[in-house]
Write a protein that binds this ligand. Sequence first.
Ligand code: THU
Length: 137
Amino acid sequence: MTEITMDALFQEAQKAACFAYAPYSRFRVGAALLAEDGTVYTGCNVENRSFGLSLCAERSALVQGVSKGSRIFIALAIASPDSVSPVGPCGACRQVLSEFMAPEAPVRFGGSGHERVDTTIGFLYPYDSLHDLAGPA
Ligand code: THU
């Protein structure tokens, strides 16, 4: 992997989880996304009292990166310190991440325990075939 290891990326996700705004679920999540140019973008979940408006950490990190001009992300780490075991990204995040990540891009997630899941976007979101719809943006 370029410049930063999955261990280091996961540590960034752990740090990002400290900023979570999760007064309703009390479930903090942090995400760290590595952009193609080596920049790491982090995000946390940002909840709302209208629960459906809550934003997941993964999409929060993605929006940070896209807003700075990045379009290709090559690795993702997700930390959920309020769960002992690893918690994977929700279905909505899998769809949105797949817009900007190749199927082979590595993903690591873990909770407060020692267990880590190492997988890929393509494994988490298979049979993704609508990319050809995108024109110049
Ligand atoms: N959450 C994330 O931020 N990412 C995930 O991968 C799973 C769930 C958030 C949404 C909500 O704020 C809280 O965790 C509980 O579901």
